[in-house]
Design a binder for this molecule. Structure first.
Ligand SMILES: *Cc1c(COP(=O)(O)O)cnc(C)c1O
Length: 354
C-alpha cells in the first residue's frame, strides 16, 4: 500500500535483542527506525524511514516559541498467530488533521499517514510485545520548522513517527480532584485538538493537586466550573445505577478519544444504557453520596481503562470501590481481547499488517 514515494533505509542490525520484554520502561525504549516527512513550498515531500537517530533543530525553531505542535498516540498489537495489527488507524489519520486545522498547520494526507504507520509497524514487528495488554505504542507528531522569530503561521513543518514497545499499563485506582480554579479547555479554545500546549498548561494544576494527595485532575468546564470534561489524557465515564454516562464532546472542549468512541460502541452492542451528555459535578457527588454511583473510570489508548476510587470536590469527597466494578473490567477485557484476536472483531476495527 504505497501512497507516496516512500524511501526505506533499514538499520544493519536490529537492537531488539537488547530489550527485556518482561520489564519495558513506558515511553523510554525506542525501536530501530523513525519515519520523517517534510513540508515546504505548500507540499509534503521526502517521505522516508531511516535508522532512529537524533535530528538537529535550529535554535530559533518557531514551534518552541509559539507552539505549533500536535501529536497522536496509537497502538499496534499482535494477533494470536503473531500477525501485527493496527487499531482504527483511519480514526487517528483523521484526528491529527482536525488538530492540524485548529493549529493552522498543513493536513497530512490520510493515505500517507496510514502508509507511514503501516510500513513502520511492518518494519518494527519484532518489537511488538506479545503478552495481552502489551503493545507497540506509536507516536506520530507534527511540528513547525521555520527558523524565524515572529508570531505567524509557519511555512515549513516536519511530520514524524517513532515507536515504543510498552508493557501492560497497570495503573492503581485514581483519586481525582474536581478542579475549581484552573481550567484545561474553554469553548472556542483548543481542547479538542491533541496540541502540545494543552498538556503544558495542565502540569502546574496537576502538580498542586498531587501535593494535596490526588493523582489526577477531573477538569470542569471553564465557564461555570459545573460540568465534568475529562482527566489527564483520558476521557471519563461514570456508571450511575445501570446507566453509563460520558460527557458529550460537541462543545469542542473535550478530546474525542478513539478509546471513548470504541467503548460507546461496545456498550451499545451489549445493550448497556449509554448516555453522551453534559454531566454536572453536583450530579456525580450526589450519586456518590446516595450510593447510585457504581463506577468511575478513565479511557484512553495508553491505559485503555484506569479505574477511579475517589473524587474530591471543594471540601467534599465521594468514593467508589473498583473491586466491585463490573462494566469497566468487561470493557477493558473486550478491547484487549479484540486487539489480541482472542475475541472476534465484529466491529472491523483491527487492520492486519502483512
Ligand atoms: C489522547 C487523549 C485522550 C484519549 O484519546 P484516545 O484516542 O482514546 O487515546 C483523551 N483526552 C486527552 C486530553 C487526550 O490527549
Amino acid at each position: 500500500m504505497i501512497a507516496t514515494s516512500l524511501s526505506i533505509n533499514k538499520v544493519e542490525k536490529s537492537k531488539v535483542s537488547e530489550l527485556d520484554f518482561d520489564n519495558i520502561p513506558f515511553g523510554r525504549a525506542f525501536t530501530d527506525h523513525i519515519y520523517i516527512a517534510d513540508y515546504a513550498n505548500g507540499q509534503w515531500s521526502d517521505f522516508r524511514i531511516e535508522p532512529f537517530a537524533n535530528f538537529s533543530i535550529h535554535p530559533a525553531n518557531i514551534a518552541w516559541h509559539y507552539g505549533q505542535a500536535i501529536f497522536e498516540g496509537m497502538k499496534a498489537t499482535k494477533s494470536i498467530n503473531g500477525e501485527p495489527m493496527l487499531f482504527r488507524p483511519e480514526m487517528h489519520a483523521k484526528r491529527i488533521n482536525r488538530s492540524a486545522v485548529r493549529m493552522s498547520m498543513p493536513e497530512f494526507p490520510e493515505d500517507a499517514f496510514k502508509e507511514a504507520v503501516y510500513e513502520m509497524v511492518k518494519l518494527e514487528q519484532n518489537w511488538i510485545p506479545e503478552k495481552e495488554g502489551s503493545a507497540l505504542y506509536i507516536r506520530p507528531y507534527m511540528i513547525a520548522m521555520d527558523e524565524f522569530i515572529g508570531v505567524q503561521v509557519a511555512q515549513s513543518y516536519r511530520f514524524v513517527i517513532f515507536c515504543c514497545p510498552v508493557g501492560p499499563y497497570y495503573s492503581k485506582a485514581l483519586k481525582l480532584k474536581a478542579e475549581t480554579k484552573f481550567i484545561r479547555a474553554a469553548q472556542g479554545g483548543t481542547g479538542y485538538a491533541k496540541a502540545a500546549g494543552n498538556y503544558a498548561g495542565s502540569l502546574y494544576p496537576t502538580k498542586l493537586a498531587k501535593d494535596e494527595g490526588f493523582d489526577q485532575i477531573l477538569w470542569l468546564d471553564a465557564k461555570e466550573f459545573k460540568y465534568a470534561q475529562e482527566v489527564g489524557t483520558m476521557n471519563i465515564f461514570f456508571v450511575i445505577d445501570d446507566t453509563v454516562i460520558t460527557p458529550s464532546t460537541d462543545d469542542g472542549t473535550i478530546l474525542e478519544g478513539i478509546t471513548r468512541n470504541s467503548l460507546i460502541a461496545i456498550l451499545k452492542e451489549k445493550n448497556i444504557k449509554i448516555e453522551e451528555r453534559p454531566i454536572t459535578i453536583e450530579e456525580i457527588m450526589q450519586a456518590g453520596k446516595n450510593g447510585s454511583l457504581k463506577e468511575v473510570f478513565g479511557a484512553g489508548t495508553a491505559a485503555v481503562i484506569a479505574t477511579v476510587k475517589a473524587i474530591g470536590y471543594n471540601d467534599d469527597m465521594v468514593s467508589v470501590n473498583p473491586d466491585e466494578f463490573k462494566i469497566a473490567p468487561m470493557l477493558k477485557d473486550t478491547l484487549n481481547g479484540i486487539r489480541s484476536t482472542r475475541l472476534e472483531d465484529t466491529f472491523g476495527w483491527t487492520v492486519k499488517v502483512v
